[in-house]
Design a protein around this ligand. Structure first.
Ligand SMILES: [Zn+2]
Length: 351
């Protein structure tokens, strides 16, 4: 086979793309050349199986086998101990296609977008060095809780699947900076996602979101949030389902809002713990607190003076929202709008 060895490529790059290959005849590449190849392109061929001979490229760091109709990746790929980047986009890979020991590799960038995965392959969830995982355009219905094992993950691309829910464990990825969940079927964002302190970009366009959790305001690094194509509520939602507070809660509310002193000398430990769990009512005109009994409430908040985002709040009682609940426009003097710096979300893409 003829390798394209353009002058822009060094000796370490071997480009075997678009050669109509249906098998990998490594004999046509000298042993010396095989050993010095660090970057190998095999894209746009007809390789249905990535064969064992791939392991003869023993110095390989980057392998792109995209657009082949690939259905099987042989176990021998795991012998490529230097491989850091594996790109296998637009093939026919599914849960049965990958080697069992893939998880023991030192891969940092893995792109399996445009394949037939219905689940995130279990092997991928063991790649301790993985920084970037792309599984866009597959058939995923869920994100497994084990995603939290990928402690080094910085970029997670899951756009264009059938995902309905975001697991809380996703919030346990300390380095996650880019999270793409666009073009799925997500109906709500767990407030715990605000633990993603490194998050800079969050793509949520073309989902089924009707509101965002208020806590999203605390994602201080977030620079880009895309929301277009969601049925975000455009009118104030009067959702006044409210279970009356228990006597315990009423007593707790009185103690907290009157600032009565209490300590472990006065009260049993479980009551002290309970009192310490009080949440402050987000209505700036209310000094109240709540415990378990609160009112779900959607409030519009201005970003960049341009967009009004529906955010989820919990208020201490139905009365708290009554002065302004009928008209979002009359809500303009609220605490949120003055307390959210305009530069916090630099780009909110709703249009
Ligand atoms: Zn209140």
């Amino acid at each position: 086979m003829d390798a394209h060895e353009g002058s822009e490529h060094g000796e370490n790059v071997l480009d075997l793309s678009r050669l109509d290959l249906d098998k990998l005849n490594v004999e046509t590449v000298s042993e010396e050349r095989r050993k010095e190849t660090r970057v190998l392109y095999l894209t746009f061929n007809r390789l249905v199986v990535l064969p064992a001979s791939i392991s003869l490229f023993s110095s390989l760091e980057f392998l792109d086998v995209s657009s082949n109709g690939l259905a099987v990746v042989c176990e021998d790929i795991t012998r490529l101990r230097r491989l850091k980047t594996l790109i296998a986009k637009n093939n026919r890979l599914d849960e049965c296609s990958l080697p069992k020991e893939l998880g023991s590799m030192r891969i940092e960038v893995l792109n399996l977008s445009g394949n037939r995965f219905e689940e995130v392959p279990a092997q991928c969830l063991k790649l301790q060095r993985l920084r970037s995982l792309s599984l866009g355009g597959n058939r995923l219905k869920t994100i497994p809780a084990e995603i939290e094992n990928l402690r080094s993950l910085e970029t997670l691309y899951l756009g264009g699947n059938h995902i309905g829910d975001i697991p809380l464990e996703l919030a346990n990825l300390p380095n996650l900076s880019y999270l793409v969940l666009c073009d799925n079927r997500i109906q709500s964002i767990p407030p715990q996602l605000t633990r993603l302190h490194s998050l800079r970009s969050l793509s949520l366009h073309n989902n089924l979101l009707t509101y965002l959790p208020r806590e999203i305001l605390s994602l201080v690094r977030l620079q880009e949030l895309s929301l277009r194509g969601n049925p975000l509520v455009v009118r104030f939602v009067k959702d006044m389902t409210y279970d009356p507070p228990s006597l315990l809660e009423l007593a707790g509310r009185a103690i907290k809002s009157k600032n009565l002193p209490y300590s472990l000398f006065d009260l049993p430990a479980n009551l002290v713990r309970y009192l310490d769990m009080a949440s402050k009512c987000p209505n700036p005109k209310c000094a109240g607190v709540y415990f378990d009994s609160c009112v779900r409430h959607i409030k519009f908040v201005d970003f960049c003076g341009k967009y009004r985002l529906p955010l989820m709040h919990y208020l201490c009682s139905p009365e708290c929202s009554s002065p302004c609940s009928s008209n979002p426009q009359s809500d303009a003097d609220s605490e949120d709008e003055s307390s959210v710096p305009a530069d916090r979300l630099q780009r909110v893409l709703l249009g």
